[in-house]
Write a protein that binds this ligand. Structure first.
Ligand code: GDP
Ligand code: CA
Length: 315
């Protein structure tokens, strides 16, 4: 069986731990297609927050409490940058993490495409699944906000980390998406999937930027034998993070039904055949979608693997 997962960072990475456990049990092959909309250049370094969350989490190197970045992290470089007054001060880069960005940036500057760089980084972390960036090309999520009496576009990381999503926001744009091409292997993996899983990632800023790469939405609607999504919203609130703020920007109710409806049934031009919701959301109805309620908290790998099994067996 071939399983493909569309994923963002922290929520998706935790989900992938369960996908990997399930796949080992049944002998399935897993490809994760990872969002790059959060990527940015800072201090000359290319940073890929979602790819790194997935690499570190699957490789056993993630900080378990903070959720992002490396375990046993130190912050000497950040403190030294602050002593120089170097901007931006709002983005935390740990010392261990910086090593990843140095290796990545050196390879990119030498001409290697992002998917090859990711493969090289994965030889250290051995994530146990194939990791592919959605695209090798520049695709950046920006937020259009009201600031100083006018409208401005700011990078998603600035919106999320600096402003904590607490600023009047009109919409998100995926800069570069129109001319981006799927990274090699992505469209093929999706087209050949027996099951495509949409991780319980942020639908607006993790999943949507992947689908904004020309051809990938069509690959999902036309290719896989079945497509099942997992709700990141439980009882009307995100389990963690600020997905509620993102959903408000695109005018979608923050509920399992709201996100299920945003994805839509594949039979009628949408993305999914099946939708897993939490037990407290058991009354959720999405037209043309098979909805199943079960525990959806990724408390440990076994609980998450049980979610994955339910997703695979749903349709
Ligand atoms: P990010 O890129 O680091 O923001 O991470 P993702 O977009 O992949 O995932 C963020 C989403 O994961 C949030 O909207 C959370 O609600 C969701 N999430 C986190 N933990 C859990 C969990 O235990 N269960 C479910 N169903 N969703 C979760
Ligand atoms: Ca992210």
């Amino acid at each position: 069986m071939r399983i493909v997962v569309l994923t963002g960072g922290i929520g998706g990475a935790r989900f992938l731990l369960g996908v990997r456990a399930y796949a080992r049990e049944v002998g399935a092959e897993v490809t994760a297609v990872v969002n790059v909309g959060d990527d940015l250049r800072l201090h000359g370094l290319r940073i890929c927050p979602d790819l790194d969350s997935v690499l570190y989490t699957l490789g056993g190197g993630a900080d378990p409490t903070r959720g992002w970045g490396r375990a046993d992290e130190s912050w000497t470089v950040k403190d030294e940058m602050a002593a120089y007054g170097a901007e931006p001060g709002w983005f935390g880069l740990g010392d261990r993490d910086i090593a990843t960005h140095l290796v990545r940036t050196t390879m990119l500057d030498a001409g290697y495409p992002l998917h090859q760089v990711t493969e090289a980084l994965a030889t250290r972390w051995q994530p146990g699944v194939r990791l592919l960036p959605a695209t090798d090309d520049r695709l950046e999520t920006h937020a259009i906000i009201d600031l100083d009496g006018g409208q401005r576009a700011i990078h998603f990381q600035e919106w999320w980390v600096r402003y904590r999503a607490q600023v009047p926001t009109h919409r998100f744009v995926f800069v570069g998406a129109e001319s981006a091409k799927p990274a090699p292997g992505v469209a093929e993996a999706i087209a050949g999937a027996d099951v495509l899983l949409v991780a319980p990632s942020n639908p607006v800023v993790s999943i949507a930027p992947i689908l904004a790469v020309p051809g990938l939405r069509e690959a999902v609607t036309d290719g896989p034998a079945s497509v099942v999504g997992v709700s990141p919203i439980i009882g009307g609130a995100p389990v963690r993070g600020m997905a509620d703020r993102c959903l408000a920007v695109v005018g979608v109710e923050c509920s399992a039904g709201g996100v299920g409806g945003l994805y839509g049934g594949r039979a009628t031009g949408g993305l999914i055949d099946g939708w897993l919701v939490a037990e407290e959301d058991a009354a959720t109805v999405v037209p043309d979608v098979t909805v199943r309620a079960l525990p959806l908290r990724m408390t440990d790998e076994a609980a998450t693997a049980a979610m994955v099994r339910a997703a695979v067996e749903l349709t």
